[in-house]
Design a protein. Structure first.
Length: 618
C-alpha cells in the first residue's frame, strides 16, 4: 500500500501571492526529485483548482479545492483521483493510505486539519496534519490601510492561526523569522524550510559611449491596501529622484519596471514602465534585465521576491525587517563571508503608509527614508562592477551550501518522518561543494558494516556490490537483500574461491586465516547462501546476478545508481592494512573525474570482462 501526502492549495500557479508561488515550486520540485530524495513508496496529491498529472507522475493535481463552508470533501478527492488513475474508488482505498494532510497557513490549513479528522473518523486511521507557516498575521493585518479592520476580526484571524500552529502534528516555517514565530505556539519542534534558488541568468545591456543603461525592477502592488507593508511607493519615489538627478548619465533605454500594479494605481509617467501581472515567465524576463532589485517591505515573513533577485545574481536593496535579511545576515556570518558580502540593508520599519499621511512628521519621515534609499541606489549605480560581483558571489556561495529545491524537498519529507537518501545538511553541502563527491572518510573499523548496510537500505535502481567473501551480506543482510531484489536489479561480485586456493599468497589479507582453505571455504559458504536468497525469489530470481572474479580487485563496494543520482560506500582492500584502511562515502556528481565515476567504471569494467569473471548458476 502506497502512502499519500495530500497538499492543499487554493490556486495552482503564482497568482495570489507568495503562498501559491511557494506551493507551485515545492510541488513541482517534489515531482522532479521524489525518486532521488526518498526510497519510500510515496504518492503526492495536490488538491487545488485543476486536475492534471505532472510530468514525472510523482504528483497528481486534483481539482477539489473549495472555499465554501462545506470545505474540501474527502470523497470529492477520491472521485477525482479515480478519474485520473482510471481506478475504482474501492481500488484507490485499497491501493493508497492517506498519511499526511498539508495546509498552507490559514489559507488552506483549516481545510487540511478538517480532512485529517474526517479521514481518521471514517476509516479508523491515524493520519496526521502538518502546517506550512508563511506569515505573521499580527503584523500583516495590523498594517493594512485600505479599510480599518476591527479588533474583533483581527483577533479571529490571529486566533485561527494560533490554533492551527498549536494543533498541527508537524509545523514548517519558511525561513528563520517564521520558524521562530511558529515556535511560540507549537508544542512540536518547528522545522525550517528555505526555498531553493531558481536558475536565472541576468541579461544586462551596458549602454553606449559615456552613457550607461540602468534598469530597476519593482515587483509588488502599489494599492493603498498593501503599500504600508510592501513600501513600493517609497522605492518608486526614490528611483524617480535618482533618474531625474542622473538623466545625463543614462541611456534612453534606462527605466524603472513596476510589475503587479492595477491600472487604477498607475499615476506616474516618468521613465516608468508599468506591467500588470501576467505570469511568472513575464516577471522573470523583466527581472533578469535589472541592474538592481528591491525588497523594501516594512514587514515580510521571508521575502520570495528578494530571493528571486538573489537567484539571478542581481544586487538587492533589502529591508532589515524581513525573514530573508535575517537568513542572509546569519548565512554570511556563519560562512565567514562577513568581509566579502556587503548587504544593502535598510532600517525601514514604518507602521503606516506615509504617502497617505499629509502631516509634517510624515513628510519628514518620507524624505529621510527616500534619501536613504536613493543613497543605496547611487552606490549600486556608481560601483556597479563591485556590487554585481558581490551579488554573484552571494548566489554562488548559497548554491555551494546546497540551497536548491532538491534539498528543500529532502527537508520537507524528512520533517514528515520519511527516510531520505541525503541524510543531513552536511551531505547536501558536500555534494554541492566537493566536485569529487566525498561526504565522509573513515580510516577505522568503527561502524564499518553499518555504513554498507545504510547504503544498501537506501539503494534503488541498479545496485552493485563487490566484496571478498561477502560473509556479512549473505548472513546479516539476507532479508534486506531479498527485499531490495523485489523492485531493483542487483549485481554481486566476489572472489572466486578456486582462484584463492591457487593464488592466496599474493593476497595481503590472507594472513588472518591459518590456511587458505579457511578463506575459500568462507567464500563458498557465502555463495551458497546468496544462491539460496536468489532461489527464494522464484520468478524474480533474475533480479540478482552473482559473479566471481579471478584477479585482484582493490575495492569493496556497495553502491547504486538511479537516473541522475548515485551513492557509494567503498574501501581499498589490498595493500592497505585493515586497521588503517580508508572507507569513503561518496555521491555521484557531474564531474567525470569524481571518485564515484572512477570506482563505478572499474567495477563494471571487471563485471563485463568474461575472461576474469564467471556467473554463478543456481
Amino acid at each position: 500500500m502506497k502512502e499519500c501526502i495530500v497538499i492543499l492549495a487554493d490556486n495552482w500557479g503564482t497568482e495570489g501571492g507568495g503562498i501559491n508561488s511557494f506551493n507551485l515550486d515545492l510541488v513541482s520540485a517534489i515531482d522532479s526529485y521524489l525518486p532521488t530524495v526518498t526510497l519510500e513508496g510515496v504518492q503526492v496529491i495536490c488538491v487545488t483548482n485543476k486536475t492534471e498529472r505532472l510530468p514525472n507522475d510523482n504528483v497528481i493535481l486534483i481539482n477539489g479545492y473549495s472555499t465554501s463552508n462545506n470545505g474540501v470533501q474527502f470523497f470529492t478527492i477520491l472521485k477525482e483521483l479515480s478519474g485520473v488513475l482510471s481506478l475504482s474508488i474501492q481500488d484507490i482505498q485499497g491501493k493508497f493510505k492517506f498519511s499526511w494532510w498539508i495546509g498552507h497557513d490559514v489559507i488552506t490549513g483549516g481545510h487540511a486539519s478538517a480532512l485529517c479528522k474526517e479521514y481518521n473518523v471514517l476509516f479508523k486511521e491515524n493520519s496526521r496534519f502538518a502546517l506550512i507557516h508563511h506569515m505573521v498575521y499580527e503584523d500583516y493585518y495590523g498594517h493594512k490601510q485600505d479599510k480599518p479592520i476591527s479588533e474583533e476580526v483581527q483577533n479571529q484571524k490571529f486566533d485561527k492561526q494560533k490554533r492551527l500552529l498549536e494543533t498541527a502534528d508537524v509545523v514548517f516555517g519558511i525561513g528563520p523569522k517564521l520558524t521562530r514565530h511558529a515556535s511560540e505556539y507549537s508544542s512540536q519542534t518547528v522545522i525550517e524550510l528555505i526555498p531553493g534558488l531558481h536558475s536565472l541568468n541576468k541579461k544586462h545591456r551596458p549602454g553606449t559611449g559615456t552613457k550607461r543603461t540602468f534598469t530597476a525592477t519593482l515587483i509588488g502592488r502599489l494599492d493603498v491596501k498593501d503599500d504600508a507593508i510592501k513600501q513600493s511607493s517609497l522605492a518608486l519615489e526614490a528611483l524617480e529622484n535618482f533618474f531625474t538627478q542622473n538623466r545625463e548619465a543614462l541611456t534612453p533605454e534606462s527605466k524603472v519596471t513596476v510589475i503587479g500594479v492595477e491600472e487604477k494605481d498607475i499615476k506616474r509617467s516618468t521613465a516608468v514602465q508599468f506591467h500588470t501581472y501576467r505570469n511568472r515567465d513575464h516577471v522573470y524576463d523583466q527581472l533578469v534585465r535589472s541592474n538592481i532589485g528591491f525588497l523594501p517591505s516594512s514587514h515580510d515573513g521571508f521575502g520570495l521576491v528578494g530571493w528571486e533577485f538573489i537567484s539571478a545574481g542581481i544586487p538587492l536593496i533589502i529591508s532589515q525587517n524581513t525573514g530573508l535579511f535575517e537568513f542572509l545576515e546569519s548565512f554570511i556570518r556563519d560562512s565567514d563571508l562577513v568581509d566579502t558580502i556587503y548587504l544593502l540593508d535598510l532600517n525601514l520599519t514604518p507602521h503606516r503608509n506615509i504617502f497617505s499621511d499629509d502631516s509634517e512628521d510624515a513628510r519628514v519621515e518620507k524624505e529621510t527614508l527616500i534619501g536613504s534609499l536613493r543613497f543605496k541606489i547611487n552606490e549600486v549605480f556608481s560601483r556597479s562592477a563591485f556590487f554585481n560581483k558581490q551579488a554573484e558571489t552571494l548566489r554562488d556561495e548559497l548554491l555551494k551550501k546546497g540551497y536548491t529545491w532538491e534539498r528543500t524537498v529532502g527537508d520537507f519529507l524528512r520533517g514528515l518522518g520519511y527516510l531520505v537518501n541525503i541524510s543531513s545538511l552536511d551531505n547536501f553541502v558536500a555534494k554541492a561543494q566537493n566536485p569529487y563527491g566525498i561526504v565522509k572518510i573513515i580510516n577505522t573499523n568503527d561502524q564499518r558494516i553499518e555504513d554498507y548496510k545504510t547504503c544498501l537500505s537506501e539503494a534503488s535502481g541498479q545496485i552493485f556490490i563487490s566484496g571478498t567473501s561477502m560473509i556479512h551480506l549473505s548472513s546479516d543482510s539476507k532479508s534486506l537483500l531479498a527485499e531490495k531484489a523485489k523492485e531493483n536489479h542487483l549485481k554481486l561480485l566476489l572472489l572466486d574461491p578456486d582462484w584463492v586456493d591457487q593464488y592466496h599468497n599474493i593476497l595481503s589479507f590472507h594472513s588472518k586465516f591459518e590456511r587458505s582453505e579457511d578463506f575459500s571455504s568462507e567464500i563458498r559458504n557465502s555463495i551458497k547462501k546468496l544462491k539460496a536468497i536468489k532461489d527464494s525469489l522464484g520468478e524474480l530470481s533474475d533480479r540478482i546476478t552473482i559473479k566471481t572474479y579471478k584477479t585482484i580487485f582493490p575495492y569493496i563496494v556497495t553502491g547504486y545508481e538511479k537516473v541522475n543520482y548515485g551513492k557509494m560506500v567503498f574501501e581499498i582492500t589490498d595493500y592497505v592494512p585493515s586497521e588503517q584502511r580508508p572507507r569513503f562515502t561518496i555521491y555521484k556528481t557531474e564531474n567525470k573525474e569524481s571518485l564515484y565515476s572512477q570506482v563505478y567504471e572499474k567495477y563494471f569494467e571487471l563485471w563485463d570482462n568474461e575472461t576474469l569473471t564467471s556467473e554463478v548458476e543456481l
